[in-house]
Design a protein around this ligand. Structure first.
Ligand code: COA
Length: 151
């Protein structure tokens, strides 16, 4: 199951920090996830097992009027490559587009082939390269998703 977290979902923040650490996503601590949950501009979507509600993935955005930025995204390694990441992102993008978000940006390590493939499959396009963005060695790629115009 996939759901949008609210400030009441603080119980999951340690789990989210653990998933971030284990998967190699942006290394947010429990406290950072807690802060994020309290921000009105932040939207955090979680995926969890339907029966026990055990959370195993998240995707985070900050939304500014009709623009959003994807700030963190991870699936627990044991659950990767089962299309949960794709389902989670699809849910989140549908939600944001329904809230009138028109543009979404994100920044990805150019060597992260899997994440880049997923973003490209959803229509994100490369708009800039940030030279040596990661540890002063690996380039970052800034990607942009533009909502299709309604006829
Ligand atoms: C990126 C991440 C969230 C994706 O979640 P996931 O559940 O593993 O991804 P999915 O199973 O939905 O999709 C994987 C897709 O990538 C493909 N893939 C897997 N490994 C790949 C590789 N090395 N190169 C290219 N594509 C690859 C799969 O074939 C699949 O494509 P398909 O839908 O056409 O079959 C997850 O792998 C993760 O947490 N990674 C570590 C953190 C991270 O990189 N976050 C993104 C930061 S920008």
């Amino acid at each position: 199951m996939i759901f949008l977290a609210t400030s009441k979902d603080k119980i999951y923040t340690q789990t989210l920090a653990d998933i971030a650490k284990e998967s190699g996503a942006a290394l947010w601590t429990k406290e950072q996830f807690e802060k994020e949950l309290n921000l009105t501009c932040a939207q955090i979507f979680l995926c969890a097992t339907a029966d026990t509600k055990k959370v195993f993935g998240f995707v985070c955005f900050r939304v500014y009027q009709d623009e959003a930025e994807l700030t963190n995204f991870a699936i627990l390694p044991s659950q990767q490559n089962k299309h949960f990441g794709t389902e989670l992102l699809s849910f989140a993008l549908t939600y944001l587009l329904n809230k009138n978000v028109k543009k979404i940006t994100l920044e990805v390590n150019t060597q992260n082939k899997k994440a880049k493939k997923i973003y490209q499959d959803f229509g994100f396009k490369k708009v800039a390269i940030r030279k040596n963005f990661y540890e002063g060695k690996i380039d970052g790629e800034l990607m942009l998703f533009t909502a299709p115009s309604k006829l």
